[in-house]
Design a protein around this ligand. Structure first.
Ligand code: ADP
Length: 362
C-alpha cells in the first residue's frame, strides 16, 4: 500500500524578487515498507519535498497524502498527529548539546507526555537497538559523528513512527561511518518495518540502501524506478551524471605485472572515470600486504566507488583473489598517478607513506 503520495504537486515560493518554483508537477508514490531515495543536486527541491511531507510547507498546487490522509489543506492542529508518524534525521544530527544521549532520545517522548517509566523502558530499548547503551549518560560533544547519527536515529524512532525521513543523513560522515549508518537504517527498515525516505546527492548512498529512486532536477522528477534499473539504463542526462559518479575501472594486466615486478606485493590499479573531465585517469598503488578491510565486488569486477570529488574507495583484486579496499583521497591518487606515469623510474620508487593503505582521507 501507498504510504506517501504526491499528485501533480507543485510549490511556488513568493519572494521579493518574484515567484520561485521549487517543485513542479510531482507525481510520486512511496510504498509502505520500502526504502525510497530522492536524489538531486543542490537547489533541485529536495528539502522542499521533505517539508511538504511533514507539513512544514504547503503545496501551491496538487495534493499530498501521508498514511492515507490528504494533508494538503489539513489544519495545523491535525497535522500534529500526522507528524507523530514521521521521524526525521539530519545531516548535522541536530542533537541538543545540553542534554545527554538519554535526554536527547527521551525528549520527543516527554513532549508526547509519556510516563517516566514508559520513557525509561523505551529509551533503554532504543539505546540497545542502536548499540549505544554504554553512552546513555554521555553528552553529544563526546561522541563521534557516527555515534551522533545513531542517537539521531534512536530519537527519530522514539515515538514509533511508520516513516523515517533521512535528509542528507550521511553527508557529514566519512565513507566507513556512512556504511555503518546505512546498515543501521537497513535494520530499521527490515526489523521495525519503517518506511524510509532517503534524501541525498550521493549515488553511492542510493546504491547502498534504496529499493527505488527518483531523480529530482530543477523541481521536476525527471526519472524514477528501481535502483538496478536506473543503474543499468539511466535515461536522462542528469541521471547519467549521477550514475557516472560511481566510477568503474579495469586494471590493465600489463601495468599490474610491471608494478609487481618493481614492488613485490603491490598492485597497480588503473582507474578510469566514466567522466574523464571530472577525474581524468588515476592510478593507485596499494600494498597488498597492508592492513585492509575486504569488500566483495560483483563478479570479481573491480570497482572504484567515488563518494565525492574529495575521497573515494579503491577496490582491487588482492594476491589471493581477495578484494582489498582502501580509502584514499582523489588528490593523493592523482598526485601518485602523475608520479607513476612519469615513467619506469617512478615505478621503482616505493610510494611515500602518505600513499599507503589505511591512511585517513583528509
Ligand atoms: P535542495 O534541498 O535540493 O537543495 P530546496 O528545496 O532547498 O533544494 O530548494 C529548491 C528551490 O526552491 C531553490 O531554488 C530554492 O532557492 C527555493 N526555495 C526553497 N525554499 C525557499 C523559501 N522558503 N523561499 C524562497 N525560495 C525557496
Amino acid at each position: 500500500t501507498t504510504q506517501i503520495a504526491f499528485h501533480n504537486a507543485g510549490k511556488v515560493f513568493q519572494t521579493s524578487s518574484g515567484p520561485v518554483t521549487a517543485l513542479e508537477k510531482i507525481d510520486l508514490e512511496i510504498d509502505k515498507g520500502e526504502i525510497f531515495a530522492v536524489i538531486g543536486y543542490s537547489g533541485a527541491g529536495k528539502s522542499t519535498l521533505v517539508r511538504l511531507i511533514n507539513g512544514l510547507e504547503r503545496v501551491t498546487q496538487g495534493t499530498v497524502f501521508v498514511n492515507g490522509i490528504d494533508i494538503t489543506h489539513l489544519p495545523e492542529g491535525k497535522l500534529r498527529s500526522v507528524r507523530r508518524e514521521i521521524g526525521m534525521i539530519f545531516q548535522q544530527f541536530n542533537l541538543m548539546r545540553s542534554k545527554t544521549v538519554y535526554g536527547n532520545i527521551a525528549y520527543p517522548l516527554k513532549l508526547a507526555k509519556w510516563s517516566k517509566a514508559d520513557i525509561q523502558a523505551r529509551v533503554t530499548e532504543l539505546l540497545s537497538f542502536v548499540g549505544l547503551t554504554s553512552k546513555a549518560w554521555v553528552y553529544p560533544d563526546q561522541l563521534s559523528g557516527g555515534q551522533k547519527q545513531r542517537v539521531g536515529i534512536a530519537r527519530a524512532l522514539a515515538t514509533r513512527p511508520s516513516v523515517l525521513l533521512a535528509d542528507e543523513s550521511t553527508s557529514a560522515l566519512d565513507p566507513e561511518t556512512t556504511q555503518d549508518v546505512l546498515a543501521l537504517l537497513r535494520r530499521v527498515n527490515e526489523e521495525l518495518g519503517v518506511t524510509i525516505v532517503v534524501i541525498t546527492h550521493e549515488m553511492e548512498v542510493v546504491r547502498a540502501i534504496a529499493d527505488r529512486v527518483a531523480v529530482l532536477d530543477s523541481g521536476q522528477l525527471i526519472e524514477g524506478g528501481s535502483v538496478d534499473e536506473i543503474f543499468e539504463n539511466p535515461k536522462a542526462a542528469t541521471t547519467r551524471r549521477f550514475v557516472n559518479t560511481i566510477t568503474h575501472y579495469d586494471p590493465e594486466p600489463g601495468e599490474i605485472e610491471r608494478l609487481q615486478a618493481a614492488r613485490p606485493g603491490a598492485t597497480l590499479v588503473s582507474i578510469r572515470s566514466v567522466d574523464p573531465a571530472e577525474f581524468g585517469r588515476c592510478l593507485a598503488v596499494i600494498g597488498a600486504d597492508s592492513e585492509v578491510s575486504f569488500e566483495i565486488v560483483r563478479g570479481g569486477i573491480v570497482q572504484v566507488k567515488t563518494r565525492s570529488i574529495g575521497s573515494f574507495t579503491v577496490a582491487l583484486d588482492g594476491p589471493a583473489g581477495a578484494v582489498a579496499r582502501a580509502e584514499t583521497s582523489l588528490r593523493e591518487v592523482a598526485g601518485l598517478a602523475e608520479e607513476l606515469t612519469r615513467g619506469e623510474h617512478a615505478l621503482d620508487t616505493p610510494a611515500p607513506g602518505r600513499h599507503e593503505l589505511g591512511e585517513e582521507p583528509d
